[in-house]
Ligand binder design. Structure first.
Ligand code: PXL
Length: 267
């Protein structure tokens, strides 16, 4: 047998909801063969106040080579990249790989408040990584930071942001409006020509850790299996909406999206 393959290059979120953990769970749910290269380990230790353990460039490069040389990949997703040096390395490795389906989630701040991208790395991400991307998937805050502009507050402003972001070189832009207070959770997909609005019922919950990672991982999985971008994003929107609707609380703070919810089809 063979299987579509997807590599995620991202941070490890030890609590299991986001980052590499969300990506691999999502890949498994969607029946693609999942591989990972861990850029940093995010594990807040309230005792030592140490929270982010960056991997060396050698380690990251070796992980990417191990997956691409031994298995190969139909798509690559990037999440937390943290530093300028890591972004430089990953941009070069993506170019060398010849993989064409590239999903860039410009992760900046975690739901628990961890800084997942250094301020001085934003420029490098824009210059080196966005032009390689099939799609970038910023949320509203990320869109504002990348454009050094105000945070979009309604769908028309999201469209303006999508246009400006498209100028930075990605094939598609998905601006995610999950943090708006509108009745529905609306996202804008832009291909440089046309806007597509994606709607889902808003689910009132604080337990959304991993939602962004899960969304972009589902896009990568569907692209790997051969879907068009429109199909992949449509599907991923449903997948993440179910993951939020049936999110998990373990009784302490912000809980996790439920990566299995789409398959389980809970009533
Ligand atoms: O949800 C964003 C995110 C991405 N990557 C890692 C994270 C988080 C949030 O906590 O820890 C590694």
């Amino acid at each position: 047998m063979t299987m579509a393959r997807t590599l995620t290059v991202a941070g490890s979120a030890s609590q299991g909801s986001a980052g590499i953990q969300a990506d691999l769970k999502t890949f498994q749910e969607l029946e693609v063969y999942g591989m990972s290269a861990i850029t940093a380990i995010v594990a807040n230790n309230s005792r030592t106040e140490q929270g982010i353990f960056t991997q060396s460039l050698d380690s990251i490069e070796a992980q990417v080579h191990a997956s691409l040389e031994h298995v190969g990949s139909d798509a690559i997703k990037t999440g937390m990249l943290f530093t300028t040096e890591i972004i430089d390395l990953i941009a070069q490795l993506i170019k060398d790989s010849g993989v064409k389906k590239i999903v860039v989630d410009p992760v900046m701040i975690g739901k628990m408040g961890s800084q997942l991208l250094k301020d001085d790395a934003i420029e490098t991400m824009k210059e080196k990584l966005f032009p390689l991307a099939s799609i970038i998937t910023p949320n509203l805050n990320e869109a504002g930071r990348i454009l050094e502009d105000k945070v979009p507050e309604e769908p028309e402003e999201m469209k303006e942001a999508a246009k400006a972001l498209h100028q930075l070189g990605p094939e598609y832009v998905l601006v995610k409006g999950g943090s708006l207070t509108t009745h529905q959770a609306v996202d804008i997909l832009y291909d440089g020509n046309e806007f597509k609005e994606l709607y889902a019922e808003r689910v009132e919950t604080i337990h959304t850790s991993g939602a962004g990672c899960t969304y972009s991982a589902a896009i990568a999985a569907e692209l790997a299996k051969g879907s068009s971008m429109e199909q992949a994003v449509d599907f991923a929107k449903n997948f993440v909406t179910e993951a939020i609707r049936h999110s998990l609380s373990f009784g302490r703070g912000i809980g996790s999206t439920n990566h299995a919810a789409y398959r389980k089809n809970y009533k």
